[in-house]
Design a protein around this ligand. Sequence first.
Ligand SMILES: [Mg+2]
Length: 402
Amino acid sequence: MKIARVESFRVAAQRDYEGSAGLRPAVPAKPRAGTTALNLNTGRHLCIYAAQAEALLVRITTDDGLAGWGEAHSPPIPRVAQTLIADLFAPQLVGRDPLAIDAIWDALYTSMRLRGYSTGVMLEALAGVDIALWDLAGKALGQPVYKLLGGPYRTKIPCYLSGVPGSTVEQRVEHAKQLVALGFTAMKTSIGRGSLDADLEGVEAIIDAVRGKANVLVDAHGVYDARSATEAGRRLERAGAGWLEDPLPPEDVDGYAALCAALDLPVASGEAECTRWQFHDKLRRRAADVILPDVCRAGGITEGRKIALVADLYNVPWCVHASISTPVHLAAGIHLAAATPNFLLCEYPNAFRAGPLANALLTKPIAYAEGHLLVPDAPGLGITFNEQALAARVLDPYEPVG
Ligand SMILES: [Mg+2]
């Protein structure tokens, strides 16, 4: 069995589902009024989000006609990962044994390393290829990916709903209660876009509404300085939040270490890091209580497994980070979650639950039940695209498998 073809396809859909913010240009955090805490990051920008939901799917086909699917996260610039895959990776892949996954990962990773391309979109493109190879391996061997990885530690993957919809505190509180009724025991909401006081009051209202029934996790998107982050953390600690995510810019590793030492509330981060070396730097400096690697950004399943192992050396749990993406992203995350001992929680984005690029693309949905995602048991990633539904979302020339 040899790799015959490597293709990638941009998929897109309107973000018109409930809870979608539509186009989200960079929004600066506002300073906190009337306190001594200055937010030195005022005026700094959060991430750009695309106006539409979009992702880059990767399809690798063998000479005997078997196809595996991967995803390179790469919003909002999927064309960059697409070019890397077509011009840099595909020529190295065609003709190789697709089961040599670790050796292939290393060859692709080192192909541009000395030129400084060892993170970011390079790793997203590599993730797309790697996940497709794992899907292919599972299909070739007739086994789900989590078994090839040595699992399961678990087949029901605990998850949290990410993004409590609503434009007012009252709406978000109401939604939080509905999520509890759906069986969620954890949910995540955002701060960092308004004043610290208003942000925290909103979060405290949600925590109060679901207290004793669900954990409320809080994501600050890296916008605070040390003083504001400490103040936010202490107040969230008193309120009973589950964790504080990305309070500081990702480059401020010493700041994270100081915050982890100052707070009892767990500090979570890691969606910006892409490799075991980046995570190791953070972990050895005790700068994270929980890490959040994104399997479609952090080099795929192969690297994700190594990142989980490095975290385990420091007795730190990891969580699946997921975002606006296709079922390939979520499936890859939950297979890895099923096969690693120090997994904690899977992010289940509202964008996935309600979004147009999610279960609607599959012949059979990834199942949710009572706060858990059920890891698919069919060979490979265990998901099958509804080719008609997929073709309707693909922006590039597309032919179904076979
Ligand atoms: Mg986050």
